[in-house]
Each structure stands twice: as structure tokens, then as C-alpha cells.
Write a protein that binds this ligand. Sequence first.
Ligand code: GAR
Length: 189
Amino acid sequence: MRRIAIFASGSGSNAEKICEYFANREDVDVSLIFTNNPMAGVIKRALKLQVPVVFFDRKTFYQTGKIPQILQNEGIDLVVLAGFMMLVPPVLVQAFPNKMINIHPALLPKYGGKGMYGHFVHEAVVNAGDTQSGITIHYVNEHYDEGDIIFQASCDIAPGDTPEEVARKVHALEYEHYPRVIDEILTRR
Ligand code: GAR
């Protein structure tokens, strides 16, 4: 059995798609969902999906080794960031070398780094007049959005597309590819 933990800070629609994808699998289990945000939509989704939620605060995340300890005690094989908005501290990166992945809503290395998340990314893409955007799935290191790239997919931006429209196209790509790429990573190990 391969065990996944998901980290999410917001709505959690990607987390839900990942849970649904693996729901009937005997060999893969989404075991825990971690969040730093007590108001996050992902909590309601996790209750519906019957996946236990671990809530943590900033201090626990950055000043203790408790989170890696929980992940290790639970036998987690892959940590999946899905709309997780905090920089991962070295203690956690080092505990899961090449076993932690993130999805970013743009074609990295463009539109990455601190402050580039969610709608800020789509606004920047539209303001720049780009004709394409997309998704990047990458390993997590100690810097925002800089780990090795595993997979990218792109979508066209039509003239006049709003940031909301770009977000919708990017989300569709995320739902299509993130669960499948996670599956590939898990099963080739
Ligand atoms: C997703 O589009 C994800 O790529 C992005 O936040 C959204 C979360 O949506 N992540 C980042 O911007 C990380 N830098 P969701 O909560 O509905 O899955």
C-alpha cells in the first residue's frame, strides 16, 4: 500500500480530485490532509471524503519537527502539495527527498516565486498579454517553485480572456493531470 498525504491551504478542489481518483484503489491510499488554514474549504471536502485532517499552525510548521514526525509515523510515501501556500521548511524537505511534489498554476520558470500563487499568477499572465499558460508539476525543494520539473501542460489564452477564465482553463488541466502524474510517480517506485 502506498500512502499519500496532501497539504492544502484553500478551497481544496485539487485535493478532492486526487481523493476521488484513488478512491477505489487497493494499492494507494490518501491517508491524511494537512492544512494551516482553519477556514480552508478543503476541510469540508475532507470530511465529506472521510479523510482525516491535521491542522497545524505556523509555529509548529517552522519551529518544530512535528509535521515530518507525523508523516513518518503514518508511513507516508509521497507528500502532495495542492494549493498549499507556505514555503516548506528544510526539516520537511530533507525528510522527504524527491518524495514531495507541488503543482503550480503556470508554466515555470515563468510566474513563480514568493507571492505568485492562485489568482495573482493568472492576473500577471493576462497583464503580460501571454497567449499561453498552463501547469507545472515539480519536486519541492527549499525555494518557492524551483524544484525539478516533472510535467508541464499548456492551454491557449484567447484575446480578452479574464484571469478567471485563465484560472478555469488551468484548473481543468490540473484535474486532468495531477492525479495521473501522482499515480505514475507512486507506481514507478
Ligand atoms: C491551484 O490552481 C494550484 O495550482 C494553486 O492554487 C490553486 C488551488 O486550488 N497553487 C499555487 O498557486 C501554489 N503556488 P484548489 O485549492 O481548488 O486546489
